[in-house]
Design a protein around this ligand. Sequence first.
Ligand code: NAD
Ligand code: IPM
Ligand code: MN
Length: 361
Amino acid sequence: TPTFRIALIAGDGIGKEVMPEGLRVVLAAAERFGFELDCRTIEWASCDYYAQHGQMMPDDWKEQLRGVDALYFGAVGWPDTVPDHVSLWGSLLKFRREFDQYINLRPVRLFEGVPCPLAGRKPGDIDYLVVRENTEGEYTSLGGVMYEGTEREIVIQESVFSRHGTDRVLKYAYELAQSRKRKHLTVATKSNGIAISMPWWDGRADAVGRDYPDVTIDKQHIDILSARFVLQPTRFDVVVASNLFGDILSDLGPATTGTIGLAPSANLNPERKFPSLFEPVHGSAPDIYGQNIANPIAMIWSGALMLDFLTQGQGAGRAAHDAILGAIEAVLRDGPRTRDLGGTASTTEVGTAIAERVAAA
Ligand code: NAD
Ligand code: IPM
Ligand code: MN
């Protein structure tokens, strides 16, 4: 039997509540479809660990993860005790960078049975993929503060767009679009206001696109693109965006499908030189933590993406992915549902219901 080694990092807040449900479902899928998951629980990369050690991860974190095929990740952040930029730069953002997970793939889909906040929309009207650049762009720690604490205080925060980093995410997005029925790529830009990086980004989109003549593209400024996520969601198929624009779009998109509690993500190193990381789009949700009411579906769907990626979309892993998606669809249609979807079920009840359907698939 094929065996995959998974590091489980629950992190903080509801990360600790959705992780057991995600695990329950991926283990049920492994048993049902005949592969082995060799799971190792990691206690670090959490604000609890920080409270004890003064840092988010041990110095030898990379050695500890040697041989791991994927990271299954809950959420990090507990701003009451650790500033967010410290906890996130010390964990999640470090994984993305050090493991060169330059693609953040974030599917957005409206499901049957989920009330849509956009009037008149039905399943099928919202079904697109956000491809977010995940290692550079606006997310940097380059810059500084001058004349600190005075009236003249100046803050500079640099962005970084490399040709290598930009071309590879564009190439991935074009290929993904090419593999789909509509073959349409929307390029998020802001070349009217951000006068250096964004006109250059648009130029790279054209240059890379020459290799994909069958893919149609449209470039949209991020402001109107956001409006169209709400007003004209049927326009979208694959959307490629810089790190920050992609971050914003990947909360907005899921919000239009009823809740961010459904939205999964795959932080990919497509070359498989390093492990990839699979996590919900949402965070640690301190406002609902401790009540067992968080929606576990984002975590569970992320687990399905993990199994699919590990097996390169073939055989048992693809079957496991499809079975999990089918179980998610069934539970969203027939219940049980968590509170964010208007239900009263607990995190555990929803996870268990999905796991049972996967086992019976
Ligand atoms: P958040 O995603 O944690 O929560 C936003 C809102 O959505 C909250 O009202 C929350 O209750 C709700 N929500 C989120 N997930 C839900 C779920 N599964 N079911 C039901 N409701 C859900 O965003 P935030 O409040 O901006 O951030 C809280 C902390 O999480 C911060 O420390 C932030 O930095 C961190 N964060 C981490 C990640 C990550 O680890 N990938 C992502 C986003 C935010
Ligand atoms: C996400 C999160 C992270 C990001 C934060 C927690 C740093 O919002 O995964 O979308 O901005 O990438
Ligand atoms: Mn985000």
